[in-house]
Design a protein around this ligand. Structure first.
Ligand SMILES: [Fe+2]
Ligand SMILES: [Fe+2]
Length: 166
C-alpha cells in the first residue's frame, strides 16, 4: 500500500481519499508498466491515466456520482503493454482497438464491474461507435480528451512546466 501511495505522490497526486481508492492498483506491476511507455509528448501512459483518474474522481465527487469507479477505471482505461507510437503491425488501429485490450488487461489484474467495463471500453467514443452508458463513463470520456489535449499541446510550449509538479 505504501509503495503505491508514494508512487502517486511522485506525480503530485496527494489526495488521501483518492489514494486510498487506487493504491491497491498502483502497486501492481501491470499498472507500473504503463510508466515505461509514452502516451503524448513526454508524458507516460501512467502519468496520463493518473491525470484522467484523478480529475474524473474530483468531477464525479462534485456531481454526486460514483467517484470510486471513475478513479479506478480511469486509471486502467489505457492499460496496454506496448508503445503505440512504435511502427509494429500488432499496434495497427490502436485508437479503435486499445479500449478492448485495456479491458482484457485490467480483468487480469482486478475485478471489473459492468460500469468499470463501460468506462474503459467507451472512453474513445466517438472514434469507436458506441457512446458511454453510464454518467461516470461520460466524465472519463471528456476528461480523457482534456488530458490528452493538454499533454499533446505541451510539446509546442517553449519551456513546459514540469507536468508532475503543476
Ligand atoms: Fe485511450
Ligand atoms: Fe487516455
Amino acid at each position: 500500500m505504501w509503495l503505491g501511495r508514494k508512487y502517486a505522490e511522485a506525480f503530485n497526486v496527494k489526495d488521501a481519499e483518492y489514494l486510498s481508492i487506487v493504491e491497491d492498483l498502483l502497486i501492481l506491476e501491470g499498472v507500473k508498466q504503463m510508466d515505461k511507455h509514452i502516451q503524448h509528448s513526454d508524458i507516460t501512459t501512467l502519468e496520463h491515466t493518473l491525470c484522467v483518474s484523478f480529475i474524473a474522481f474530483c468531477v464525479c465527487k462534485k456531481l454526486g456520482l460514483d467517484y470510486r469507479a471513475a478513479a479506478r477505471a480511469g486509471l486502467l482505461h489505457d492499460l496496454v503493454y506496448y508503445d503505440w507510437h512504435e511502427a509494429d503491425p500488432a499496434h495497427k488501429y490502436h485508437g479503435y482497438r486499445h479500449p478492448l485490450f485495456a479491458v482484457q488487461n485490467a480483468r487480469a489484474l482486478t475485478e471489473l464491474s459492468e460500469k468499470d467495463v463501460d468506462i474503459i471500453i467507451r472512453h474513445m467514443w466517438p472514434l469507436t461507435p458506441m457512446p458511454p452508458r453510464y454518467k461516470e463513463a461520460w466524465v472519463v470520456n471528456f476528461v480523457d480528451k482534456y488530458c490528452a489535449t493538454k499533454e499533446t499541446l505541451r510539446k509546442y510550449k517553449k519551456n513546459p512546466v514540469n507536468y508532475r509538479n503543476e
